[in-house]
Design a protein around this ligand. Structure first.
Ligand code: FAD
Ligand code: DHB
Length: 405
């Protein structure tokens, strides 16, 4: 068996694990990242697209923002569409200058893998049989097989960044975690299409047939979603049927609609809200989707993963540089304050814009009134805008050795 000694063992090379590894590297803290999928699989997984202002600032301050600056699409606003009308929400004006940037999660992951490899620090792909142990001891371990050899990573701390279906959270003994969960009676059917975006900002649509969302990935690629039953099989949807449904839900009275093009990727995603607390057990710290899931409507999941990582990096830096443990001890509470606000926002966006299967005519009218109020009140739009671009971080960039934006 090969034994590897490091300071922080990181399980998962998604956005959370890779960001943490790089922030620790910038602070001279060693780590080993263990990922069970292949490099191509991790990069090709099509997921998030919307980055909060703070996530954009963080990536740039960490020196991994070149791709983002070249290819990211800054959006100063968004549209909310219902009853055939699009209503503009000017994010920049309502938040004193903050915007969002559309840049694919797979591009971020690619940039972060390149940055990791350039540091020369270890990153194992296609690790098999990954398990964690000794969580309550001072030297926890990560065990796995790689290329037919058994490996054990001995570390001071483990960061569980292995997503919702990972092994870290289930390794915490029964009775320790309290889980808060809500599943929704719908999912999203999402496509990537070779079609120039017909609008330069996102359009969130509430239609009598259900929710739909217009987004993009580049000046040539449109990203679209619509609400479907949660167990819907993508095989039930021909490309023609997908376009019919997209156009039915999204076309507005002024004849605005998405451009149609060849569909290059399609899939169905279930929706849930989930929080496991505390986000720490002994020397294991959970970050990102390993600890919490939001329905995608508020575009918060990746951004929450980034804010957890900032809090964890500050705590580890303070431990290694000054031997202090207060920030490690406060990790879960600090993260959860933001997590619960993002949960509330994502639940509200989801419940207001989607059609529930058991919705009564009263519920429907109430949702329309909610959207009418939202788009006609500056106070309501300001509330949406400040949450959508991201609430202020509790952790400063300086506390993790970065320059303020
Ligand atoms: P993950 O990305 O899940 O990464 C976990 C990693 O751990 C993976 O690489 C996985 O392969 C690996 N792993 C799992 N098990 C093991 C194991 N046993 N051993 C080793 N490695 C393991 N968020 C936004 O902020 N904005 C958006 O616009 C947005 N849109 C979305 C749209 C869709 C359709 C979906 C599905 C999600 C969206 N999200 C969005 C959410 C976002 O994609 C996630 O919140 C984000 O990926 C979380 O990052 P993570 O690193 O915590 O987890
Ligand atoms: C995208 C995904 C989201 O969940 C969202 O709320 C907005 C945009 C996207 O994939 O572009």
């Amino acid at each position: 068996m090969s034994v590897i000694r490091t300071q922080v063992g990181i399980v998962g090379a998604g956005p959370a694990g890779l960001l943490l590894g790089h922030l620790l590297h910038l602070n001279g803290i060693d780590s080993v990242i263990v990922e069970n999928r292949s490099r191509d699989y991790v990069i090709d997984r099509v997921r998030a697209g919307v980055l909060e202002q703070g996530t954009v600032d963080l990536l740039k301050a960490m020196g991994v923002g070149d791709g983002l600056e070249r290819k990211g699409l800054r959006h100063d606003g968004l549209y909310v569409s219902f009853q055939g009308e699009r209503h503009h929400v000017n994010l920049v004006e309502l938040t004193g200058g903050k915007a969002i940037t559309v840049y694919g999660q797979n591009e971020i992951v690619r940039d972060l893998i390149d940055a990791r490899i350039a540091t020369g620090r270890p990153l194992y792909f296609e690790a098999e049989g990954v398990s964690v142990g000794g969580l309550e001891s001072a030297e926890p371990t990560i065990a796995f097989q790689h290329d037919g050899t058994a490996h054990e990573v001995q570390c001071d701390f483990i960061a569980g960044c292995d997503g919702f279906h990972g092994i870290c959270r289930p390794s915490i003994p029964d009775g320790v975690l309290t889980v808060y969960e809500r599943t929704y009676p719908f999912g999203w059917l999402g496509i990537l299409a070779e079609a120039a975006p017909s609008c330069d900002e996102l359009v969130y649509t509430c239609h009598a047939r259900g929710f739909a969302l217009f987004s993009m990935r580049s000046p040539q690629v449109t990203r679209l979603y619509f609400q479907v039953p949660p167990e819907e099989s993508i095989d039930n949807w021909s490309d023609e049927a997908i376009w019919n449904e997209m156009l039915t839900r999204m076309t507005t009275h002024d004849r605005w609609k998405p451009n149609v093009g060849r569909i290059v990727q399609k899939g169905v995603t279930p929706m849930r809200s989930f929080v496991a607390t505390p986000m720490r057990h002994g020397r294991l710290f959970l970050a990102g989707d390993a600890a919490h899931i939001v329905p995608p409507t508020g575009a918060k999941g990746l951004n929450l993963a980034a804010s957890d990582v900032l809090v964890l990096a500050r705590a580890l830096k303070s431990f290694y540089e000054r031997g202090r443990t207060e920030w490690l001890d406060g990790y879960s509470d600090t993260c959860l304050r933001r997590v619960w606000k993002a949960q509330r926002f994502s639940w509200w966006m989801t419940s207001t814009l989607h059609r529930f299967p058991d919705e009564t005519p009263f519920d429907h009218q109430r949702r329309i009134a909610d959207l009418d109020y939202l788009t006609s009140s500056r106070a309501a739009m300001t509330s949406l805008a400040e949450q959508y671009v991201g609430l202020p971080a509790e952790v400063s960039f300086e506390s993790v050795g970065l320059s303020a934006p």
